[in-house]
Design a protein around this ligand. Structure first.
Ligand SMILES: Nc1ncnc2c1ncn2[C@@H]1O[C@H](COP(=O)(O)OP(=O)(O)OP(=O)(O)O)[C@@H](O)[C@H]1O
Length: 133
């Protein structure tokens, strides 16, 4: 068993896979509950999957779609980590380095979102054009 303090707060390493999994699921729950942009990404991903099923996209298109999805999710996760670590270090004070770190992290999210828009457009726009013909 991992060591816990009187308030049941664990600070040492996980001892079992189940324990690690529990904390990882806690992290995902926190992202969903606390990060508005993360929820928005999940909704967009769900709509893209529905559209992919309706349009019967090819296997290589599914691969690109999921690559785009996980690229956005990955950068959102990195962005959240940076925001939390910066807030932990700086607290509620204006700090130029804090601004720089958070703005760069947000820039990373924007770039991966752009990548996802390009992938989505390459897959779906030709099909919409086909439908209009
Ligand atoms: N301690 C700070 N010092 C200086 N600027 C800060 C600080 N905290 C936040 N900022 C600025 O405010 C912006 C918003 O910060 P915040 O922590 O609210 O991110 P956020 O709104 O949660 O980001 P996201 O839109 O990705 O969810 C940052 O991008 C940064 O420009």
């Amino acid at each position: 068993m991992a060591l816990k303090d009187k308030d049941n707060r664990q600070i040492d390493k996980n001892k079992t896979f189940i324990q690690s999994l529990g904390h990882a699921l806690d992290g995902i729950k926190r992202l969903i509950l606390e990060e508005r942009n993360f929820r928005f990404d999940l909704i967009i991903a769900f709509l893209a999957i529905c559209l992919g099923v309706i349009c019967q996209i090819k296997i290589n298109e599914w691969v690109w779609l999921f690559a785009a999805f996980f690229s956005v999710i990955g950068s959102e996760v990195l962005n959240s980590i940076i925001e939390n670590v910066v807030d932990l270090i700086v607290g509620h004070h204006y700090d130029f380095l804090a601004k720089r770190a958070k703005d760069i992290a947000a820039g990373g999210v924007l770039m991966s979102a752009l990548f996802a828009v390009i992938i989505g457009s390459l897959i779906f726009i030709p099909r919409f054009i086909q439908l209009l013909k």
